[in-house]
Structure formats: C-alpha cells, structure tokens
Ligand binder design. Structure first.
Ligand SMILES: Cc1ncc(C[n+]2csc(CCOP(=O)(O)OP(=O)(O)O)c2C)c(N)n1
Ligand SMILES: [Mg+2]
Length: 803
C-alpha cells in the first residue's frame, strides 16, 4: 500500500496518474481504518481509539520525501504516514486497536501501547541492531504531548555527528549523515515548553530536522485562541527564519488540503535539510478532525456549525478528490468504485486482525474449560465449579482475565480436596501465568546478551607506588580512555565542553577529542536528555550531563516517560543506551545538596540508578555501561571531586559491577546500609562506635536499581540480626525503598532481633551553610546516637542512655 518515493525527475502523465491514484488509495484506506476503528471502540471490541483522520494528505507528501535511514518522531495522528512508508498494514492497525500481544501481528508495541502509537524495529529478536540505513525508521511514540520533541533533537543530531566526526563505524546507522529526523506535533501541543526548548536547541545546533505542525485549530476542545499567541505558531516563530549569515530555520506554511503544494513543500524541505543540515519547520494549516479528537468524545460539543461545515468542505481527502477530477486524473465513477473496493479491503483486514487476536485466547479458554469440566466431575463442589465454567464459556469475546478468574476461583473450591484433576488445574494455572505474564512485563530492561547484568567486575589495579590524586583526575583520565576506546562515545552538557565540566572531570578533553564529542549545551535539561535518547537510538553512545542532581527535575519527566520505557514499550525492539551523568547530594544550600532519590527511583524504573561512593567506582560504572546496551543514571558525589584517590593503572578497563553491593567494613553487632556521600559519615560513626564496643558492619549499596541481586545484605543481617538504613533523602524516600527490598524481597525479618530502622534527612530542603547541613541531614553524631540507641535497647546496662 506504500506511496512511491518522488525520485524520478521526468515521468509520463500515465505514470503520474498511477502515482496520484496510489496516493489517494493510501489516504482513503487510512480514512476507512479510522472510521471503522471508531466503530470497533463504540461497539466494545477495542478500548480506545485515536486516529489520523483529517491529516492524511500532508502525510502522503511527507512519506514521499522520507528515505531509508531517516527517522520519525511523531504522535498519534501519523497513521497515514506509517501506511504510506509501508510500515503499517490494515491488519496491524486493527491489531493495535485490539491490543494483540503478539509482536508479529502488532509490531508497534505488542499490544502494550494503545493504538496510534507507532514504531519500527531497530533491533532484531535477539536485541541486536538491524541495518537502520536500509529501512525507514520511526522512534516509538509516547502519549505526553510534545514528549516526542526532545528525542527528535537527538535523532537529528546523530546525522551531524555521523557526518562530521571521523572514526565511527557508521555501517548500520548512517550514510554520511544524510538522514533527516522528521518530527510531527499538533498545533495545541506547541504550547508545551518541550516544543519551544527543542525548537531553540535545533536552531542552535543546526541539525537536519524537519518538524511538521499539524494545525487543526484545536487541542481536543480548546481553540487556538487559548493556545497560541496570534493563533498562529509559524507567525510567532518568524524570528527563527535564517537570514544571510544568521543561521536559523527555513519556515514553510502550506494548506493541508492542497495536494500539489504539499508535494512541492515537502520535497523542498527535504532537500534543504538533508544537504545543508538546516532545521526546517512546516506549518501545515487548515487541517480538519472529521471524527473529533478520540473515541472519548464528540466534537459537535465544541465546534460551531460554520466550523463543521468548513471542515466537511476542506477535508483533505475530499479536496484531493476534487483536484483529481478537475485535473483529469480520474472520474467520479472511477473514484467511487475505488473507494468501494477499499472499504471492502479494510473490512476484510479488520476481520483477519480480530481472528488473529481472539483465536489464541479461544484456544487457551478451551484448555481451561476442559480442565474445569474434569475438576467439576471429580469434586464435591462440582456445582460451583460448573457455574464458573459456564460463565467462562458464555463470553463471546473472552479475555485472558476471564480465563484466570474462573480457574483461580475454582481452585478455592477444592482447597481441601486432592485429585489428579486438581493437580492438573493447579499446574495449568501456574504455567499459564508464567507464559502470559511476560507478554505484559518483559523487557523493562535489556534481555540481550549485552545486558548490564551480564558484565562482570574488573577491579581497579594499582602500581605499588600509585599516585594519590584528586577524585576528579581519576574520572578525567578514565573519560579520556573512553573517548579513545569508543569513537561513538560523546559527552555534552552545561559547561561540559570548554571548561571541562564544573568540577573539571573533563578538563582538557574538548581540546583533545573535539568540540562535537565534548560539548557545551544551552541550559535546557530536558533536551539534553532528548539529545542523548535520539543519538543512542541511532547507534551512538552519548553521555548526557545534568549539572546537578537537583536540576534533574527538569529532565525527570522525559527520563520517566521516554527513556525509561523505550525497551518496554517496544518489547525490546528499540533501545536507547544513554548514560546520564550527574552529581549530587551534600554540598550547600537548598538547590545544591538535594537527594531526591526516592522520587527518582520510583519514576525511572527501566533505567539503572547507580550511586558510586567515589570517583573510581563512578569511572568503573561508566566502563561497565559502555559495554552494555542499557540506559543508566550515575550520581557522582558532589563533595568528592577533591578527595584523594589512588590512580589505578588499568584506567578505562576496570569495571564496577551493577546490582552488586560491597561490604566496606565487617562487624558483628549491626548491619549499616548506605550509599554515596553519606557513607563517609557512616564510616566515621562506625569508628567512633568501635570505641564504645559496638561493632558495625557497613554495606555500600552502590547500585540502587537494580538492587543487591545476590542478596548479600540479608546474609549480613543473618549474622548481626540488626539493620539500619541511612541516607540523606527524606524519610519514606530511598531508605524506605531499600528497607522494602531488604524485608520483602530478601526476607530479612526472620533474622531481626531489633526493629529495623531508617535514618534519613529532615522533611524540608537542606538549609544553606555547614550548620544548615548539620541540622538538615543525618550527621555523624545522629548516626552514632541512632545506632547506640538500638544497642541500648538490647542491653541498657552495657549501653546506658546517652541523654
Ligand atoms: C502532557 C499531556 N497533557 C495532556 C494530554 C491530553 N491530551 C492528549 S491530546 C491533547 C490535545 C492535543 O492537541 P494537538 O496538539 O493540537 O493535536 P491534535 O490532537 O489536535 O492533532 C491533549 C490535551 C497529554 N496527552 N499529554
Ligand atoms: Mg490540534
């Protein structure tokens, strides 16, 4: 059903006619899918529908300009484009609507995302890169409006890096950086900060990005007058237009119902962006939304009669039809016949998609029914079990939930019976859950051989007379090795380039490795992450630097919504192994010593969260991560750059393992669990406790996500029978997360002789100054006293009250 790309320069009128008719066919097919899709939701076969109706013709024009190797970062209106590039069939469209969990039927997300969220496969079934230059690529969509923008920046920047940086193996990723990253966004979503941040950054970076704005004057029910100054986004962005030597954008405006003009505009846009690496904006105006926003409402509620009348007339498919007739491309009768054929084709495709979705579930139900029948015959509670069986049998369109509800409830009726039928059903249920659960839960993290968990530790080694250097020097030497060893690695962030980061961990490296690989960015945390996501999706190994942990809040949304879900939402068919480097915890004042680790941990499941206690550990994490295919956040200790560390002699080679804790002090009386900057205070307190006869064991968590995969903490508690978790987040934050892991995952409660305790910071932000810190976060005295108090409870005579 694809469109033919516009490559020929001279074609006959017959060729031209065929091409235009084929374009119209794609547009009408897409529209029929939208119309029938809506009906499928309203009749209950599908849960929710959001479609591409009213935006068909510009997407046909765009598809013709889109080449192999190019990338899309768009949103839910782009179904016609996906069909036109040959990446979405009628059956696949409906498979998405029905949430078919088989990736062969539903390649966009294996049923994990609602329909209208598109993707292509960058990875094969083993998680290995496909050749992206030989296929048309779409990064996987997310629902938050404008959330596609930061990633778009990185997808475009990758072309620049591939074109301008020497030494990278580009085979699977780029042909001389000639790829365009194409973005789409709705008119209303341009109100989001992420849109403006991305537009500015792409203008600064001068990357091959073409952003189309689908303007239908509305964002659900809210009119442009509430969304956009002057109700016109390209009008207010005029200042971005490039002029002479002043670099900027090329900006086009075009009506969305004008087929020939759209064709021309997209070809011109592509040429400029591809050859000159200039960002282009195409404001596609006068679009419509024939069925309203989604299946959740009707647009008659907020559009007046005049608008509805105008929309019917200027429907882009209708206008294209007029144009074809007026230009002798087809007659009304021919088009009517074509439309009828397409209707039938879509109906048949829909039917096939439904069969593919429901048949496996019907087969599973059949098994369950047979087991229930046998159980009923053998049980004294047969009547009740038969009732469950009949209920399950009565569903015309059963869900897996129905199957499990019936079978699991049936087992309750035979709890005190024993029979082979019962054992058979028990085994079936367990096996069924084990088979089905991964359809919904796999691939939160990489399941490929390059998973970070498959990387083994390589300890740092030292010369006998190893030099003691500032921690930041260990990092700098290691980053230098990384840029030598991995030509595809690059780092960028605020002050990361010219001065080599605010703590000099990159000192001199821009001069050595070039301003494209060690670079300064604007102050724009969300798009710094977006740069990383997009470049990582195209085979580069970006390290995005967020200057301080406190400011990761600006980036957290995109880390949570986009980066953390890439593998999961594509069932392992896309990846973005981005390393996010930041520094945090204890320094000075409210915004330079935050430790909002609980929030971070809970929001970015899907990204590893690593909290090295010193710079050697941090460097080892970077080395591990570069050999793996997963995203991670590394939080360096902000107060550790000037502390002395021995310089290893295997810089660039030693690796800190992920998900492994380290016991940094052994003891018999209590296990202290902590991480990062707080550890130094815990160590100090432990030394002081030794003086009063309390022997504490200290464990450095190092890796919060994943957490202590070998369950070493519970082994320590089995010895000490007591545990305290200490950190500088608020109570209920990361310390609560850690305690939950220790008690619930590791089952430590059975070894405890004292109540488990968390010692954390005050609930307010940390106050400025040394005393501000002392009275806001756990101090060495707080830690000492809290542990002493535990031991006082154990033996008041040995440890009399301190105060
Ligand atoms: C961050 C965020 N806020 C709100 C929503 C709910 N929402 C979904 S679509 C939409 C309107 C988008 O309008 P527009 O960008 O013009 O795109 P259109 O649907 O008109 O093509 C809204 C408010 C969302 N998905 N994400
Ligand atoms: Mg809109």
């Amino acid at each position: 059903m694809k469109t033919t790309p516009n490559t020929k320069t001279e074609i006959t009128f017959e060729d031209f006619k065929t091409e235009v008719l084929n374009d119209y066919k794609v547009a009408v097919t897409s529209r029929e899918c939208s119309l029938l899709g809506r009906r499928e939701v309203l009749t209950g076969k599908a849960k929710f529908g959001i479609f591409g109706d009213g935006k068909e013709i510009p997407q046909i024009a765009w598809a013709k300009a889109f080449r192999n190797g190019d990338f899309r970062s768009g949103y839910y209106r782009d179904q016609t484009f996906m069909m036109a590039i040959g990446e979405l069939t009628i059956e696949q469209f409906f498979a998405g609507l029905y949430a078919n969990t088989d990736i062969k039927d539903e390649p966009m997300s294996a049923g994990r995302q609602m329909g209208g969220h598109f993707a292509t496969h960058s990875l094969d079934e083993n998680g290995q890169w496909k050749n992206l230059t030989e296929q048309k690529n779409s990064s996987s969509d997310i629902s938050p409006t404008a959330g596609q923008m930061p990633r778009l920046l990185g997808l475009a920047q990758a072309s620049k890096i591939y074109r301008d940086v020497d030494g990278i193996d580009t085979t699977k990723f780029s042909k001389k950086g000639n790829e365009i990253a194409w973005g789409t966004i709705g008119n209303a979503s341009t109100s989001e900060g992420l849109f403006f941040e991305t537009i500015n950054a792409a203008g600064v970076l001068q990357v091959p990005m073409v952003i189309s704005i689908w303007d239908d004057q509305y964002g659900i029910s809210v009119h442009a007058r509430h969304q956009t100054t002057k109700e016109n986004i390209s009008e207010i962005l005029k200042g971005f237009q490039r002029e002479g030597d002043l670099k900027g954008y090329e900006i086009f405006r075009v009506d969305g119902w004008n087929y020939p003009e759209l064709m021309d505009t997209y070809q011109r846009a592509a040429k400029i962006s591809r050859t000159e690496h200039v960002p282009v904006m195409i404001h596609v105006q006068e679009l419509t939304q024939p069925q309203g926003h989604s299946t959740s409402g009707s647009h008659e509620r907020y559009k007046d009669k005049d608008r509805l009348k105008w929309e019917a007339e200027y429907d882009c498919n209708v206008q294209m039809r007029h144009w074809m007739i007026a230009n002798n491309i087809a007659t009304d009768e021919e088009l009517t016949a074509l439309e009828r054929r397409i209707k039938k084709e879509v109906r048949e495709g829909k039917k096939a998609a439904w069969a593919a979705c429901i048949n496996p579930i019907l087969a599973e139900r059949k098994e369950a029914l047979s087991l229930l029948e046998q159980l009923a015959a053998s049980s004294s509670n047969g009547v009740f079990i038969t009732k469950l069986k009949n209920e399950l049998e009565s569903f015309d369109e059963p869900l897996r939930r129905n199957i499990l509800t019936a079978t699991r409830k049936a087992l309750r009726y035979v709890v005190s019976e024993s029979s082979t039928e019962k054992t058979a059903l028990q085994n079936w249920v367990t096996n069924y859950i084990n088979t089905i659960q991964p359809k919904y839960s796999s691939h939160l993290y990489s399941e490929s051989p390059q998973s970070a968990l498959n990387q083994s530790e390589v300890p740092p080694t030292y010369d006998a007379n190893a030099e003691e250097v500032d921690g930041r020097v260990v990092l700098r030497e290691n980053f230098d090795a990384i840029f030598n060893n991995y030509p595809e690695a690059l780092i960028f962030g605020e002050d990361a380039g010219y001065i080599g980061d605010v703590n000099q961990g990159l000192e001199g490296l821009q001069e050595k490795h070039g301003a494209l690989r060690v670079s300064d960015t604007g102050i724009r945390e969300a798009t710094i992450i977006g740069q990383g996501i997009g470049m990582a999706m195209r085979g580069l190994r970006p390290i995005a630097e967020i200057q301080y942990l406190d400011y990761i809040m600006y980036a957290l949304q995109i880390m949570s919504d986009d980066l953390a879900t890439v593998q999961y939402r594509t069932k392992g068919r896309q990846k973005a192994p981005l390393i996010v480097r930041t520094r945090g915890h204890r320094l000075e004042g409210i915004w330079h010593s935050g430790s909002q680790m609980g929030g971070v941990l809970n929001l970015i499941r899907g990204i590893h969260v690593l909290v090295p206690r010193n710079m050697t550990k941090a460097a080892g994490f970077y080395n591990t991560l570069l050999d793996s295919d997963e995203p991670a956040l590394v939080v360096e200790c902000l107060n550790g750059y000037r502390l002395k560390e021995k310089l290893p002699n295997n810089i660039g080679e030693f690796k800190t393992p992920i998900g492994v804790v380290e016991t940094i002090r052994t003891g018999e009386d209590i296990t202290l669990v902590s991480y990062g900057s707080t550890l130094r205070l815990v160590e100090k307190a432990a030394k002081e406790l030794q003086v009063v006869g309390i022997d504490a064991e200290i464990i450095d968590v190092q890796s919060l996500l994943p957490f202590d995969l070998n369950h070493d903490i519970v082994k320590s508690i089995a010895k000490t029978n007591r545990v305290m978790v200490i950190d500088e987040d608020v109570k209920g934050g990361a310390s609560a997360y850690i305690l939950n892991e220790i008690l619930n995952t590791q089952g430590a409660f059975q070894y405890l002789d004292s109540s488990p305790i968390t010692l954390a910071a005050k609930p307010h932000r940390p106050a400025y100054g040394t005393d501000g810190d002392y009275f806001s976060k756990p101090s060495a005295e707080d830690i000492f006293e809290a542990i002493y108090e535990v031991m006082h409870e154990v033996s008041p005579s040995d440890y009399p009250k301190l105060r």
